[in-house]
Design a protein around this ligand. Structure first.
Ligand SMILES: [Zn+2]
Length: 134
């Protein structure tokens, strides 16, 4: 098994991991908040299903949790350690981050998950022979 970083980065940038087209085109009028927590069901260009069957979302949850727990919360603890926040401020900011960060990075977590999945399993892409309706 080889990790295809090109596929991962295509997806992380918001492009289809298979055809490379923008998943949200320029004519997409979705609002900013909807873009943050909504991932299109499929690629508008090639039809790759981005939201696959039940259970596929678990990988996005792992990315979301990982980015929050190991990306954002350590920054808050670092701010406390550097004296920028007192203990109470750190706790309040951490609680706020726990509730606000996951919905705000939901779409990013999905892009990273789809990229991770197809980077490890590129033969699952339609261009690799997989059916589109899965
Ligand atoms: Zn596509």
């Amino acid at each position: 098994m080889q990790f295809r970083s090109d596929i991962f980065w295509k997806s992380a940038r918001g492009c289809c991991p298979d055809c490379g087209a923008r998943v949200r085109g320029a004519d997409d009028r979705t609002g900013l908040l909807a873009r943050l927590w909504n991932t299109p069901a499929s690629c508008p260009s090639c039809g790759l299903v981005l939201r696959r069957k039940e259970g596929f979302f678990l990988g996005a949850i792992v990315w979301n949790y990982g980015l929050t727990a190991f990306g954002v919360l350590p920054l808050i603890m670092l701010a406390y350690r550097l004296g920028w926040l007192d203990r109470e401020g750190m706790v309040r900011l951490a609680v706020l981050a726990i509730f606000l960060v996951p919905p705000l990075i939901h779409a990013l977590a999905w892009r990273l998950w789809v990229g991770t999945y197809y980077a490890f399993l590129p033969d699952q892409l339609p261009s690799g022979g997989r059916r589109l309706d899965d």
